[in-house]
Design a protein around this ligand. Structure first.
Ligand code: ATR
Length: 281
């Protein structure tokens, strides 16, 4: 029987996960079906129960259910504990194992696909919400020279950094306190780009040859990417690689096989270029 997987979210119609996992399954010869399920707000646990009852083997979890999935999991991995959120569930023997693959997805994209080491580098992480929290542990695991978490609301960044102080050199501050400092890798984990905005940043943040990384992926560049380019960042990347990386890691957790993201990234880029061309007509 074909193994069943899904992504829970609300809304979830826009999710690229079904297409990505179908491509992974084709590429690796795995027999699985993956679909999107819109769980009602307040009805996440019921939707999970129904999926498990029909034989579901595992699931991804996206907004707004990642914290609820954390609470629902009967066991959790270290990286899920650190993130305080779960984006991957594995069902079996009456248990639900909660994992979080967002951080490793980002790190694999930065270090492997973009060929940018984190070890010994000065890292700036913008934002202090769930997206930022999910990547701090994996970033510190790479032993950067320093990790600065900067946020519009300084207090949130300080509080978040304090949670991870035992794991490495991490400090929190307000975006306004960044003047006169430069970084080797600047990651935008804010949700500002959703509304076409960006954090209020001083000039001079990007060291020569630095990487600017936006965790968002969608049509068009975020204002952060445009700013980074204007400011002379050496490399600018959107979050497609992270999206694929977290999906590939979930696939690995479920199936024990690691798919190759590169050909699928190429397909999605072509699809995006095609849509832009159609929209421009
Ligand atoms: P997520 O789970 O996506 O991280 P979140 O917990 O709501 O969402 O956090 C959103 C983050 O984006 C916060 O760091 C927020 O800054 P504040 O803590 O000051 O609210 C940041 N953010 C959202 N819109 C922003 C904007 N226009 N400029 C700067 N930061 C913004």
């Amino acid at each position: 029987m074909t193994d069943k997987y899904c992504v829970f979210g609300n809304p979830v119609g826009h999710s690229k996960s079904p297409a990505i996992h179908a491509a992974f399954a084709r590429q690796t010869g795995q027999d699985l079906a993956y679909r999107a399920i819109a769980a009602p707000i307040g009805g996440f646990a019921g939707a999970v129960d129904a999926f498990v009852a029909e034989g579901g083997r595992g699931a991804n979890v996206t907004l707004p259910f990642k914290q609820e999935a954390y609470r629902l999991a009967t066991r959790r991995t270290r990286r899920a504990e650190q993130a305080g959120a779960v984006n991957t569930l594995v069902f079996g023997n009456g248990e639900a194992l909660g994992d979080n693959t967002d951080g490793v997805g980002l790190l694999r994209d930065i270090t492997l696909a973009l060929d940018t080491p984190v070890r010994g580098r000065r890292i700036l992480l913008l934002g202090a919400g769930g997206a930022a929290r999910g990547v701090i542990g994996p970033l510190l695991d790479e032993q950067p020279e320093s990790l600065t978490v900067a946020n519009r609301t300084a207090e949130r960044a300080r509080a978040l950094a304090a949670c991870f102080a035992a794991l490495g050199s991490v400090e929190g501050c307000g975006c306004g306190e960044l003047s006169g400092r430069a970084f080797d890798i600047v990651i935008d984990a804010t949700s500002a780009g959703v509304s076409g905005a960006m954090p209020d940043l001083p000039a001079g943040l990007f060291a020569p040859g630095s990487l600017a990384y936006s965790m968002m992926y969608g049509p068009g560049e975020t204002p952060f990417c445009v700013f980074a380019r204007e400011q002379g960042a050496g490399k600018v990347s959107d979050g497609l690689g992270m999206l694929l990386g977290q999906a590939a890691e979930s696939f690995f957790v479920w199936r024990g096989v690691r798919p190759d993201c590169a050909p699928i990234a190429e397909l999605l880029r072509k699809d995006q270029a095609f849509r832009r061309a159609v929209d421009a007509r």
